[in-house]
Design a protein around this ligand. Structure first.
Ligand SMILES: Nc1ncnc2c1ncn2[C@@H]1O[C@H](COP(=O)(O)OP(=O)(O)OP(=O)(O)O)[C@@H](O)[C@H]1O
Length: 591
């Protein structure tokens, strides 16, 4: 019931005018059948009377006008209601969906990496406006039908009370089946949503510009296409077979209601023959019962079904809203002036919901102003260390100290203030060239200092010649969504990401495979530039190209979640351990 009223609360809050209009329309339409009975009865009685008298009673014109108005209202109702519902949907999309999106961006990181919670998040964010307005409309429709049924039953009770009971009782199986159907349909939606997301992914592979080269060179279009069709059919079957099964069941339930309506119509013949109801009343009651029957057996089951699914959706929303948030997740980073040390003390870590220990009792000390490199084979936990360090996961054992203070004692925006980063899958923002760099320093972005800072970052990463060739210089839109957008090469995008990291005032720079898209000459140049501008800054570089780690003050070598070696290049080479072996192997490629 609480979930049920939540819809009313949401629409009242975010689209109050439309909610009042929708309710008014439906209340009026609920009274329509009863008022129609009154006028149709009067009209038929007057028609019979006029025929008997041989003269038309002028009151009949008033009845005709009222009946035309009522029919007109019923005719216009769907279009009018659709118009208002669309407006309500726009409001909900604008106001309520942005609340859901904001919640999403505040969530603890593990919800985004966990498949189950990610499925729920996708369901919740999938067009909430349609579900919310659809449910509110269905509720009002049921309210309107209830008004009509109560009105009709009150009239019928006066003629034959047992007939009214038959109508009410005949609705029970329909109600029951509709509720079951709504639950089953929502469950089918949950089951099919994961498959639908896979379909979306396959369709992206088939249509994205980014995938076009691989698609044509490997010729996997048909393979992906057939996989897409297979999964689409599976999802379609889950949804359609459930819908079909429950459609048949609810329609069978509707047969009860139809039979009951016929029994009541036959039963009303008695009072008609006994003269206790007029011919006008009989005809208009039959008319009303028939239209109510189709309303009950077709409309009502659909509305109950919608509401039951909607209640399940509201449970999802509640679960989503109860997901833990990261405090200060949306706050701008607190500028941190300096870093003196970062220390991992016996840190062990497993990703939430998994048993595998990714980091095993890892300890090391990093000092401010120095350059560090984390190296090791794939999957040994290098990026995981960065995730812990930047506060994305806090469920580790041991201690992580930043400037001597345990990381969990900092607020999230304080932690963010320590770091700037260039990740392996760095972002390619569809903004202008200048904005792509400037967002690295949000605090400064809207001040007059930003132009100077952007220019400095551009010159430090030596991007001037690239900008000279752009049609609007720094104001050129980058990416594909803008009509005049210019796409950059992978290496050029990566250098823009590096400039973004440089403009940030944070004292620790994380470079996770930052030069993977650069040619060797540019890569070398970038590391030289970085070391030149990084005197009072700590740099943490993750790289598989071991030549690039030579410049680091200290190299930390990881294997199977453990720190196995550390030292500068010379000492690690002399040690002739893991690092030396990997380095020699890479060197042999070039000989
Ligand atoms: N969200 C997650 N949930 C569960 N396991 C994860 C998650 N993210 C990463 N892992 C696992 O943690 C291990 C370490 O991953 P990590 O990305 O830290 O390795 P890495 O050393 O950076 O590897 P690479 O050099 O390939 O980038 C991997 O086995 C990976 O499968």
């Amino acid at each position: 019931m609480k979930n049920f009223s939540e819809y009313i609360h949401i629409i009242n809050k975010y689209s109050p005018k439309e909610s009042v209009l929708i309710t008014t329309i439906f209340i009026l339409s609920g009274f329509c059948p009863i008022v129609t009975i009154i006028f149709v009865t009067d009209f038929i009685n007057l028609a019979f009377y006029s025929a008997g008298m041989g003269t038309i009673n002028s009151k009949i014109y008033f009845d005709v006008a009222a009946i035309i108005l009522l029919y007109g209202y019923n005719l216009m109702l769907p279009a009018f209601q659709k118009l208002i519902s669309e407006k309500a949907k726009i409001n909900i999309r604008k106001k309520y969906k942005s609340i859901l999106l904001e919640k999403c961006s505040k969530l603890e990181y593990y919800y985004l990496e966990n498949a189950e919670s990610w499925n729920l998040i996708s369901r919740v964010l999938d067009k909430p406006e349609n579900i919310i307005v659809g449910n509110y409309t269905a509720m009002n429709q049921i309210f309107a039908t209830s008004i009509s049924v109560i009105g009709l039953i009150s009239i019928i009770i006066a003629q034959a009370w047992w007939a009214a009971i038959i109508i009410v009782v005949s609705c029970v199986p329909l109600f029951y089946l509709s509720i079951k159907s709504g639950k089953a349909n929502y469950k089918a939606k949950i089951d099919s949503s994961e498959l639908e997301r896979k379909c979306e992914y396959y369709s992206e592979i088939l249509s994205d510009r980014e995938n076009v080269d691989e698609r044509s060179i490997f010729g996997f279009t048909e393979m992906v296409n057939s996989e897409y069709r297979k999964i689409y059919n599976k999802a379609f079957k889950i949804k359609v077979s459930t819908r079909f099964k429950w459609f048949i069941k609810t329609k069978l339930g509707g047969v009860f209601t139809a039979l009951a309506a016929l029994i009541v119509i036959v039963a009303l013949l008695n009072p008609l023959l006994a003269g206790s109801i007029s011919m006008g009343m009989f005809i208009s009651l039959v008319n009303a019962i028939l239209s109510l029957k189709s309303n009950l057996s077709w409309g009502l089951s659909f509305q109950i079904d919608t509401i039951t699914s909607g209640i399940e959706y509201m449970k999802d929303i509640k679960n989503f809203m109860s997901y833990e948030e990261r405090l200060h997740a949306l706050d701008t980073p607190v500028v941190q002036d300096k870093i003196t040390s970062i220390e991992f003390k016996s840190v062990s870590f497993s990703y939430p919901g998994t048993d595998t220990q990714i980091l095993k009792n890892v300890s090391f000390l990093l000092e401010g102003g120095k350059q560090y490199a984390l190296v090791g084979p794939n999957g040994v936990g290098k990026t995981t260390i960065i995730k812990l360090l930047t506060g994305l996961y806090t469920n580790y054992d041991g201690e992580i100290l930043i400037n001597g203070k345990e990381l969990r004692k900092y607020s999230f925006n304080e932690i963010k203030g320590f770091f700037s980063a260039v990740y392996q899958d760095f972002s390619r923002h569809e903004f202008t060239f200048k904005e792509n760099i400037a967002i690295g320093n949000i605090e400064m972005m809207n001040t007059s200092y930003i132009d100077e800072a952007v220019d400095k970052a551009i010159s430090q990463i030596e991007l001037e010649s690239l900008i000279e060739n752009l049609p609007y210089g720094l104001n050129t839109n980058l990416g594909k969504i803008h009509k005049d957008g210019i796409d950059l090469s992978g290496g050029e995008w990566q250098r823009v990401a590096l400039a973004r990291a440089i403009i940030s005032r944070s004292p620790v720079r994380i470079l996770d495979e930052p030069t993977a898209s650069l040619d060797p000459i540019n890569e070398n140049r970038i590391y030289e530039l970085f070391s030149k501008i990084s005197h009072d800054i700590m740099t943490i570089l993750i790289s598989h190209r071991l030549a690039s780690t030579k410049i680091a003050d200290e190299i930390l070598v990881f294997n199977e979640g453990k720190l196995v070696e550390k030292g500068d290049f010379e000492s690690l080479m002399n040690l002739k351990g893991h690092y030396c072996q990997m380095f020699e192997q890479q060197r042999s490629w070039y000989q």
